[in-house]
Structures are given as structure tokens and as C-alpha cells.
Design a protein around this ligand. Structure first.
Ligand SMILES: Nc1ncnc2c1ncn2[C@@H]1O[C@H](COP(=O)(O)OP(=O)(O)OP(=O)(O)O)[C@@H](O)[C@H]1O
Ligand SMILES: [Mg+2]
Length: 251
């Protein structure tokens, strides 16, 4: 399988805190890779350094053979990496439909030229409606984002990611805080994307979900990789069990 992302010696320090500490990892085309680990392990920080929210303290992020670490988020998004946020960030006053249309515009000219370019072309609308259908939001396309439930907002986040035609989809805890029903819907959606051959990286606290959807799992603890392998391998790994038991003791 083709390696689309290679992370080498990645470090992200906040003062003395090593949120990501010398991490090496690869992401292969068409796989679903799970990132798990206790609270504060560095999972979201890993996303933020890959997506350009943070400039890493050290190391490389290589996407399609090109170093991208430290590039601004819009540039990395245009190259084809798209992510959702642990806390949904929709445009609250726009409708669901317009939120997805807005996201689909990232490949267009920015600045003054965009005023003269009509983005609501038939083609864009067709694409956006197909995405809304896929994620199950067609029936509330005209509702404002602020009026819909968290479960729908999470699906909207995924719709916005899909609208950018990404080569790599990164999902940060898309099921967190949802009802069992809504969790099932998101899980089904991820499985659908997977069956379409999409490349997905999923941060998820819910282990049964991770085990169900991921081909491979990488386990972080204190910013370091403590295990990597198939769900089966990771589940029985002693270091992983210890990291999770440690977390339970703290609660
Ligand atoms: N911008 C920041 N400034 C300072 N410290 C930060 C910053 N972002 C994250 N951290 C710290 O880095 C560590 C890793 O945080 P991160 O949010 O990546 O963990 P996580 O694995 O996503 O946790 P959770 O499961 O709770 O979402 C934590 O100790 C956190 O407090
Ligand atoms: Mg997090």
C-alpha cells in the first residue's frame, strides 16, 4: 500500500511539556488508522501538528513525498488533508447546506477574484447534495447549524471535510458525547467512507468502535507511541493495558 503520510521524529513541546515526543508513524492509502490513548496523551496535538495548526518543535510531516510541517492550515487543507475538530466549529448562522457549500470553496481563488466567481454552480450544488445525502443530512439542509443537535453537527463536520475532496480524512472523536443511536449512525458513516476506499485517521475513546472500524491502531501515551498493530494485537498489548488501567485509577 502507498504511504501517503510519513511522520518522522515529530516533536511538539509546550514549554517543558512534551505533548508529542519523537514520534514516527505512517499513514497508508485506503486504510483506517485509529489513534487511541488516555486523556492528554497527545492525540489532538498530533492532528494539530499534521494539519498546520501548530508548527512542530521538531521533526517532519511528509505528505505525498513533500515536507509540509509548519505550512499554514489552509495550505495543508488545499493539499488534501482535512480534519474535524473535537469541538464542532460550524458557521452557526449559516444553513447546513451553506456550511457545506462554504467548505467546498477551499480550492477556489481567495481574495477579490472570488467575488467575481460564481461558486454556486450547478456542479457544486450537485456535489454538496450528494454529500448531504451520504451523511444523512438532506432532510435538514435548510436548517441553521445553530438549530441542530450535536449528532447532526458531527455529521456536518464530516460533510464539510468531504466537501474539500480530501485525500486524507482526520476525525477527532466524532462520537464523543453522543447517544448510542447517534454513535451508531456515525460508525455506519465511517464504515461507508471506508468502503469507498477513503483514507481515514480516527481519534476515538470508545474502544469497541475503534476495534470495529480500524484496520490498524496506534497507541499514544505521554506523547510517545507505545504500541501499533492490528486491533487484536493492540488489545492484548501489556503497555496498552497498563496505560488504560492507570487512567482508570486516576478517575
Ligand atoms: N495549546 C496548548 N498549550 C499548552 N499545552 C497544550 C496545548 N495543547 C495541548 N496541550 C497539552 O498537551 C497534552 C496533550 O494534549 P492533547 O489535547 O493533544 O491530548 P489528547 O490525547 O487529545 O487528550 P483528550 O483525550 O483529552 O482529547 C496535554 O497535557 C495538554 O494539556
Ligand atoms: Mg483530544
Amino acid at each position: 500500500m502507498r504511504e501517503i503520510v510519513k511522520v518522522e521524529g515529530l516533536k511538539m513541546y509546550f514549554g517543558g511539556l512534551k505533548a508529542i515526543d519523537n514520534l514516527d508513524m505512517s499513514i497508508y492509502e485506503h486504510e483506517t488508522l485509529g489513534i487511541i490513548g488516555p486523556n492528554g496523551a497527545g492525540k489532538t496535538t498530533l492532528f494539530n501538528t499534521i494539519c498546520g495548526v501548530y508548527k512542530p518543535t521538531g521533526g517532519k510531516v511528509i505528505f505525498n513525498g513533500q515536507e509540509v510541517q509548519g505550512s499554514p492550515p489552509y495550505e495543508i487543507a488545499r493539499k488534501g488533508i482535512a480534519r474535524t475538530f473535537q469541538i464542532s466549529k460550524p458557521l452557526h448562522d449559516l444553513t447546513i447546506l451553506d456550511n457545506v457549500i462554504a467548505a467546498s470553496g477551499i480550492h477556489e481563488y481567495t481574495g477579490i477574484r472570488s467575488f467575481f466567481k460564481k461558486s454556486h454552480t450547478k456542479e457544486v450544488l450537485e456535489k454538496v447534495h450528494a454529500i448531504l445525502e451520504l451523511v444523512g443530512l438532506s432532510h435538514i439542509a435548510d436548517k441553521k447549524a445553530r438549530e441542530v443537535s450535536l449528532g447532526y453537527l458531527r455529521r456536518l463536520e464530516i460533510a464539510r471535510v468531504l466537501a474539500t475532496d480530501p485525500q486524507l480524512i482526520m476525525l477527532d472523536e466524532p462520537c464523543a458525547g453522543l447517544s448510542n443511536y447517534a454513535i451508531n449512525e456515525i460508525t455506519e458513516l465511517i464504515l461507508k467512507l471506508k468502503s469507498q476506499g477513503k483514507t481515514i485517521v480516527l481519534i476515538e475513546h470508545n474502544l469497541p468502535i475503534t476495534m470495529k472500524v480500524c484496520d490498524r491502531i496506534l497507541v499514544l501515551n505521554y506523547g510517545q507511541k507505545i504500541a501499533e498493530g492490528t486491533p487484536e494485537e493492540v488489545q492484548h498489548n501489556k503497555k496498552v493495558i497498563e496505560a488504560y488501567l492507570g487512567e482508570e485509577d486516576e478517575d
